[in-house]
Design a protein around this ligand. Structure first.
Ligand code: UT7
Length: 339
């Protein structure tokens, strides 16, 4: 018998403003830039993405996803003693989006006559598109060690704010959204639900191929505050790294590809997802795909896909899911869990 962390509820939220590829064609045409639905679908699989309205922040998306996850888990905010938000588009420089989310959860709880989540630990994790994998790994380690009992692990992003709409090679790819899970301590002999293994890495030599190089200094934004990506370099690295992380997580858990019921990958590009599935010998009907409707929502994409898989009835208790992501840093990782 040992202590595991298991997912007891999932939730997600997409801001209502939905932009199809046809909308992007129109938006870019206003700037004299050409793109097409054919190009975007053929190269990425993306058909639509969601953008948050002005004044809506990552914590607002995170709040909606978290409330859904808490409801699905049958838990209240006061049951949570750890909040980790994975984001690269925080509400502000500080405090953390997790602290702001904790305040908002508490406000909702108090309005309903309950206690809130105040007093538990709350912090952000920034590992860009691998952020949720990192956050889940940290929360799992804290639960296993006894440092936490019940965690809310969230990925929330508003990438529309850091897109360069004069750069067609990046602006059509990303969208906004949030996903959340409630992760709780449980004890069993290894045959029950929970995180079975995780594997996270970074290679800082590749910081330049996917970055937002600007910073805030002396009351001003210094440098370029918009996203820059060398898409081909990222693509080439991503496929190999995802395979190695997934295989490392399987090896740590003493499992093989044949034990994986579902792949819940980071949703950046359908071609990357297909290639990873092939390497794990999984057919595409064992892969949760949301990139067509969400675009790339960075740290939010995996929990959004997870929630989609659960709510559509495809992911079932007892099944094994491989979650994996790759992104700026360069960062990458995988989490193998039993639902
Ligand atoms: O979440 C973090 C991880 N991020 C990723 O995984 C992204 C990884 N990279 C990719 O997904 C792909 O590299 C992209 C989708 C970004 C680009 O696809 P690609 O097949 O690598 O295209 P490319 O960059 O080689 O560009 C091919 C052509 C170029 O034209 P020329 O030079 O061949 O004349 C581009 O200018 O496509 C052109 N192009 C576009 N055309 C229409 C680039 N963007 C667009 C566009 N619409 N939006």
């Amino acid at each position: 018998m040992r202590r595991y962390s298991r997912i007891t509820g999932t939730g997600s939220y997409l801001p209502p403003r939905r932009l199809t590829n046809a909308d992007m064609v129109g938006l870019l045409a206003e700037r004299g830039i050409e793109t097409s639905d054919d190009w975007i679908v053929a190269r990425t699989g993306i058909r639509a993405r969601h953008y948050a309205d002005d004044g809506v922040n990552a914590s607002d998306l995170a709040l909606q996803a978290s409330l859904q996850a808490l409801e699905a888990a049958g838990r209240k905010a006061s049951d949570i003693d750890l909040i980790i938000v994975a984001t690269s588009t925080p509400d502000m420089v500080f405090p953390s989006t997790a602290s702001i989310l904790q305040r908002k959860l508490t406000e909702v709880a108090v309005a309903q006559g309950d206690l809130g989540a105040a007093g538990g630990a709350a912090f952000d994790v920034m590992a860009v598109c691998s952020g949720f994998i990192y956050a889940l790994t940290v929360a799992d380690a804290m639960i296993q060690s006894g440092a936490a009992t019940r965690a809310l692990v969230v990925g929330a992003e508003i990438f529309s704010r850091i897109l360069d709409f004069n750069d067609r090679t990046t602006c059509v790819l990303f969208g906004d959204g949030a996903g959340a899970v409630v992760l709780e301590a449980t004890e069993h002999d290894g045959s029950g639900p929970g995180v079975l293994a995780s594997d996270i890495h970074a290679d800082g030599r590749h910081t330049g191929i996917l970055c937002v190089p600007g910073t805030v200094s002396g009351g001003q934004v210094l440098g370029d505050p918009l996203l820059k990506m060398d898409g081909q370099a990222v693509f080439k690295l991503a496929v190999g790294l995802l395979e190695s992380a997934a295989k490392a997580a399987l090896a740590k858990a003493g499992k093989t590809e044949a034990d994986v019921d579902w792949l819940v990958p980071h949703q950046a590009n359908l071609r990357i997802i297909q290639s990873t599935a092939r390497k794990l010998k999984l057919s595409m009907d064992k892969v949760i795909v949301t990139v067509d409707q969400h675009g790339n929502t960075s740290a939010a994409s995996i929990p959004l896909a997870l929630d989609e898989g659960v709510r559509s009835g495809r992911l079932q208790p007892g099944q094994t899911a491989m979650l994996e992501g790759v992104g700026g840093g360069f960062t990458w990782g995988a989490v193998l869990l039993r639902l």
